[in-house]
Design a protein around this ligand. Structure first.
Ligand SMILES: Cc1cc2nc3c(=O)[nH]c(=O)nc-3n(C[C@H](O)[C@H](O)[C@H](O)COP(=O)(O)O)c2cc1C
Length: 404
């Protein structure tokens, strides 16, 4: 697949500098957060994974001078974590592992934010040894799947009390402080894809009877209070938040979408967080772009299927990063028109560690192999830091779902 963008891509605004929080980026191509399940199992702490040298090489390969990387989703506690091989940021050895990664990225004059992750009801006691917590005692209906385990029903989560909500907020703050102490340039709250903050956003999951539920504004309260506390703890210029107004993953539904997510974007922007990171409506984990868009257009709400209202709710100095289905044929225009400030790439960055240079020079992209996205594998290098099959991608690679 060849870049079909501007005649000289290097002159595009995608390669113009951008001030984001306290960082001066030299271009606007961002590594999207990507769970790759290739960290090492801790010998000291059960059900806990630690960043290793291979992970350091992976991030080093993708770092560029003045470029922003967002880390894979990083659990803030053992209860928050429900996936094999995913490195957290709540033990000393994890922080030491991350410190090697942030140093490697900084050695290349790059920047890196840590995506803070709490899986809530999507975690499973058979992997954490702990009961999952969520906004309400509403379980995921499909089966939990993990390598080496038979599919099993999800646990019915414990509905967090007011005090437990404050406790979890405190865990986020500790994790954010750990991230800054480990050399990260900031943190991104993973507030989409049906994980804990998103379990407050959606009324089919959040059926609480208190101030964290009952209206679109109340369902945003968990995320806004969390963002406020993180801004107070580490500085608003070091806080980003990722949202998916059109997300359906992990059985989220998105009613009152426009009202709720414009309110949320506007509230986060008033806190002057460094950025809000929005996922495009076309992107879906299981459906192709065509299927997802058709589903959204068919829905009863007749809402505009576009990020426009959400982007417009984000005001300076907060920047807007977009992600989901961007490729060399469609990544130039939105930044050029000032619709958003930066573009994050996920899958193309997996198979093209030098993606920034390929986009700058119009070189073709290598195809990715989705069977190698999620480890752990006997050989964790393949499809991660080493790419064996080197076919160029073509138009048929565009628009597919992430998981199939
Ligand atoms: C292998 C893989 C792992 C992912 N892990 C995460 C994650 O940890 N956190 C997150 O917010 N999104 C995650 N995503 C979603 C991506 O960040 C991104 O939004 C999605 O892939 C769409 O962008 P793309 O079309 O450029 O791939 C993941 C996607 C893939 C393919």
């Amino acid at each position: 697949m060849h870049a079909s963008g501007p005649v000289d891509p290097s002159q595009s605004k995608l390669f113009a500098p951008l001030v984001l929080g306290n960082l001066s980026l030299s271009h606007r191509i961002v590594l999207a957060p990507l769970t790759r399940n290739r960290a090492s199992s801790s010998e000291a702490h059960k059900n806990t994974w630690v960043p290793n040298e291979l992970n350091t090489l992976y991030y080093y390969q993708r770092a560029t001078p003045g470029g922003l990387l967002i880390s894979e989703a990083t659990p803030i506690s053992r209860r928050a974590s429900g996936s094999l091989g995913v490195p957290g940021i709540y033990t000393l050895e994890q922080c030491q592992g991350w410190a090697s990664i942030t140093k490697a990225v900084h050695d290349k004059q790059g920047f890196i934010f840590c995506q803070l992750w709490h899986q809530g009801r999507a975690a499973h006691s058979r992997l954490t040894g702990l009961e999952p917590w969520s906004s309400s005692a509403v379980p995921i209906q499909t089966l939990h799947r993990a390598k080496g385990y038979d599919p099993a029903p999800f646990d019915t989560p414990h509905s967090m009390t007011y005090d437990e909500i404050q406790e979890v907020h405190q865990e986020y703050i500790t994790a954010a402080r750990n991230a800054i102490a480990s050399g990260f340039d900031g943190v991104e709250v993973h507030a989409c894809n049906g994980y804990l903050p998103d379990q407050f956003h959606h009324s089919n999951i959040n059926v609480r009877m208190d101030e964290y539920s009952g209206s679109p504004e109340a369902r945003c309260r968990f995320t806004i209070e969390l963002a406020q506390k993180l801004c107070d703890a580490i500085g608003s210029d070091k806080v980003g938040v990722r949202l998916a107004p059109f997300g359906l993953y992990n059985e989220t539904r998105g009613d009152d979408r426009r009202h709720q997510w414009t309110y949320l974007c506007s509230a986060l922007s008033k806190l002057e967080v460094a950025y809000v990171h929005l996922i495009e409506p076309r992107f879906d984990e299981w459906r192709s772009e065509g299927e997802k868009l058709e589903l959204l257009h068919r829905s009863d709400t007749k809402e505009e299927v576009s990020l426009r209202p959400y982007r417009e709710a984000i005001r300076s100095p907060t920047k807007c990063i977009v992600a989901g289905g961007y490729h060399p044929g469609n990544c130039w225009e939105g930044v050029e028109k000032g619709e958003h400030d930066a573009v994050a790439f996920g899958r193309w960055f997996v198979s093209n560690p030098d993606l920034v240079e390929r986009l700058r020079t119009g070189k073709p992209l290598y195809r990715y192999d989705r069977s190698l996205f999620y480890g752990p594998f006997d050989n964790n290098e393949i499809g991660y830091t080493v790419h064996l099959s080197r076919e160029f991608a073509d138009e048929t690679d565009i628009g597919r779902a992430q998981m199939v």
